[in-house]
Design a protein around this ligand. Structure first.
Ligand SMILES: [Zn+2]
Length: 331
């Protein structure tokens, strides 16, 4: 409140505001932590994943005990952050953000912040945010560099104005192939949150209005002008939300940063873990808690969530992943 940029009035606006952090990995943990410490009144944290040892290098809200307890990222993050500020309403959601649920997830917040690690989810967030007129802040980090931009639907260029099409799979480097410098993440996440706070405090004239590119190793920060293309943007000019309207059945996703596949299930599913554990016990090692069931068989590890979504570790082969899913989970 001592800062003139915030003041008592700004702090009160933050308290009355809400934000969703999509993805609670490297960027998302820093973003969520900063929002809660800043006193943003309600913070939704959405992530599909559980915590692994290699995450601890950069995902600042997690520790070894969380891994031993088998906690999903959002649950562990919420536990920690409730100890930081018990007056903030923290809403953890264990889910894969997809065309079926994204509008519900973002529909009741003032702001969305990007903590994802893939283009598909960002295009989906962009479609949903443009459709509902909700501002969002894009952020990405890879190796030692990262970038961020702030999108206010119909007032600034949107993510599809900036990047018209999804990059062809395999055409861009990922954290699978190049790694990430831990502290580089914190810089980009902080830039995202600062923009977010300006938006929530209604100080839009102070947004940077650029694409910011940071190289943390070289200690450089560049600000690039964003211009709309000549061609109309499908999302913000034409209202064609192609990612939001994507029709798919149960489908597979390759998970960034590790040898794993995810099977997504559409529709209402509620898995009974005790029942599934009983069926799987004779064939492999099974453990479960309230949030997920883990099943180890041969060299594979299957992690099942209550909505049927399953992460299969130990393969990136689509056909094999489908087979393992059908054989053991078979929803
Ligand atoms: Zn656009």
């Amino acid at each position: 409140m001592l800062l003139p940029q915030v003041g008592e009035a700004g702090q009160e606006k933050l308290l009355a505001a809400s934000a969703a952090v999509i993805g609670c990995g490297a960027l998302g943990t820093v973003v969520a932590s900063s929002l809660v410490r800043a006193g943003v009144g309600r913070v939704k944290i959405v992530d599909r994943d559980y915590i692994e040892l290699n995450n601890l290098q950069r995902q600042i809200l997690f520790d070894e005990e969380d891994i031993a307890r088998g906690l999903p990222k959002t649950i562990a993050a919420a536990e920690k952050l409730r100890k930081v500020n018990s007056q903030v309403r923290i809403q953890p959601i264990v889910a894969d953000v997809n065309p079926d649920n994204v509008e519900e997830i973002i529909g009741d917040v003032d702001l969305v912040l990007d903590g994802t690690d893939n283009f598909e989810t960002r295009f989906l967030i962009n479609d949903a945010c443009v459709k509902h007129g909700i501002p969002w802040v894009y952020g990405a980090v890879l190796a030692t560099y990262g970038m961020t931009m702030t999108i206010i639907p119909h007032r600034t260029p949107c993510f599809r104005c900036f990047l018209a099409e999804m990059p062809v799979p395999g055409s861009t480097p990922t954290c699978d192939t190049v790694g990430v410098l831990g502290p580089a993440v914190n810089i980009v996440a902080s830039l995202e949150v600062i923009e977010g706070l300006k938006l929530l405090m209604v100080r839009e004239e102070e947004l940077h209005g650029r694409l910011i590119y940071v190289d943390a190793w070289a200690s450089t920060l560049e600000r690039m002008e964003l211009e709309k293309r000549d061609k109309p943007c499908p999302a913000c000019d034409l209202g064609q939300f192609e990612f939001l309207e994507a029709q798919q059945g149960s489908y597979l996703t390759r998970l960034c940063g590790r040898e794993a596949m995810q099977v997504n299930v559409r529709g209402e599913v509620k898995v009974s873990f005790p029942g599934l554990a009983e069926r799987l016990n004779p064939v492999g090692r099974v453990t479960f808690n309230d949030y997920m069931l883990r099943f180890q068989v041969d060299s594979y590890e299957l992690t099942v969530f209550p909505d049927g979504r399953t992460i299969i570790k130990g393969t990136t082969d689509e056909a094999l992943a489908r087979t393992l899913y059908a054989k053991y989970i078979g929803l």
